[in-house]
Design a protein around this ligand. Structure first.
Ligand SMILES: [Zn+2]
Length: 262
């Protein structure tokens, strides 16, 4: 239960007692004045996330085993491979609105709603083998422009929340080894596209060199749209010596390409 809801519960109780009614009314008005809040999804007053929207979001997200429709493959033509990608949900309705509020409207607390689903999807797809290298969970970074505007990275913050709550198995470690290329901003994405970066397919990203060659990596992003972002992230990791085994996203757009690239 979040703070405003607790406040309101207490005020509800107080307002049932006649002598307290006016005092409670005064406090409610004061609380709304000081911390006005509305549901991040439907804008209903006095809730950060109303119970109806919360249960809709939870209904639209899946815990493993994920249904068939939540699996996708991103082509990696330069490696003649496909990268399997699993998704906790389909991008749309309350889930899409809450993700946009989380990413663009400073509704950070929504990360707590999403984090367990992401953690469950990642845990279930990484079965530890004896003697196997620890798998790195690598967040796909947002563009510097987006990070600058938001002041935080939505994917990293969801992963960090899950880690703080002990939701990840011990053989997984979050390692932000993937970075947005400053050069692609300085030179302009168009110019780079004609150069060697385009041929290697890793235009926007650069990865730190793997500490151990073949280190297993799970790439994590918020939305899968065309797959172009994950493809570039996977290629950058591959070139740095990682073995990218899987992609996990919170939501999959359906059909692909119906929205601008994420
Ligand atoms: Zn709502």
């Amino acid at each position: 239960m979040d703070m405003p809801t607790m406040w309101l519960g207490a005020l509800e109780y107080l307002s049932q007692r006649r002598p307290m009614r006016w005092i409670a009314f005064g406090f409610r008005e004061l609380a709304n004045f000081l911390i006005p809040t509305s549901c991040a999804v439907c804008s209903r007053a006095d809730f950060r996330l109303c119970p109806e929207c919360r249960s809709e979001i939870q209904r639209q997200l899946f815990l493993p085993p994920l249904p068939d429709g939540q699996h996708h493959y991103v082509e990696l033509p330069l490696l003649a491979q496909q990268l399997p990608v699993s998704s906790c949900g389909i991008y749309g309705k309350e889930l899409a609105r809450s993700m946009l509020a989380f990413k663009n409207k400073q509704r950070y607390f929504l990360g707590a709603v999403f984090a367990p689903y992401l953690a469950a999807a990642i845990n279930s797809s990484c079965i530890p083998q004896p003697g196997q290298l620890e798998t790195y969970i690598v967040p796909v970074p947002s563009s510097l422009k987006a990070t600058g505007k938001r002041g935080y990275s939505p994917v990293s913050s969801m992963l960090a929340r899950g880690m703080r709550r002990g939701l990840y198995s011990a053989d997984l470690a979050i390692k932000p080894v993937l970075h947005y290329r400053v050069r692609s901003i300085l030179a302009g994405a168009q110019k780079l596209k004609s150069g060697s970066a385009r041929r290697s397919g890793k235009e926007h990203f650069i990865a730190e060199q793997a500490d151990t060659p073949g280190r297993p990596v799970i790439l994590v992003d918020d939305v899968l749209t065309t797959g172009s972002t994950l493809r570039q992230a996977a290629m950058a990791c591959h070139e740095a010596g990682y073995n990218v085994t899987l992609g996990i996203v919170l939501a999959l757009t359906k059909p692909p390409n119906h929205e601008s690239e994420q």
